[in-house]
Design a protein around this ligand. Structure first.
Ligand code: FES
Length: 143
């Protein structure tokens, strides 16, 4: 039940930040849609990048309260950061900030994966990937 959620989860759930969507075809936009097969929840995060910095970000999540809070928080954390800084965001930090219980860890995983894949999508568009980066991102992003 909702009563068991931490107040930070409820805050993001009731007042989600940066909900929306960008035009996928915009060259400055990186898009990622990730899903958790076990629960069927789906999360989409999009970043808008200028000169290697995330200048804008939005998300849409069809899922549990923890998934909504994780994606909302993730959008706050990436805004204004360089792509490299965004790649350092760990699901464990998201889960810690939101006090997610072990059973909800995968909800925060979705947010980390969505950020990484959105960056990957952006980099592919701009042909900015070197091969080791590609491997790292693909490994981390696979469910
Ligand atoms: Fe699956 Fe939260 S229960 S994303």
């Amino acid at each position: 039940t909702k009563r068991n959620y931490h107040e930070r989860v409820l805050d993001h759930y009731n007042n989600p930040r940066n909900i929306g969507s960008f035009d996928k075809k915009d060259i400055d936009v990186g898009t990622a849609t990730v899903g958790a097969p076990a629960c069927g929840d789906v999360m989409k995060i999009q970043i808008k990048v200028k000169e290697n910095i995330v200048v804008d970000v939005c998300f849409k999540t069809f899922g549990c309260g923890s998934a909504i809070a994780s994606s909302s928080l993730a959008t706050e954390w990436v805004k204004g950061k360089t792509l490299d800084q965004c790649l350092e965001i760990k699901n464990t930090d998201i889960a810690k900030h939101l006090s997610l219980p072990p059973v909800k860890m995968h909800c925060s995983m979705l947010a980390e994966q969505a950020i990484k894949r959105a960056i990957y999508d952006y980099k592919v568009k701009h042909e900015k990937l070197n091969s080791s980066e590609q491997t790292t991102i693909e490994t981390t992003a696979s469910l």
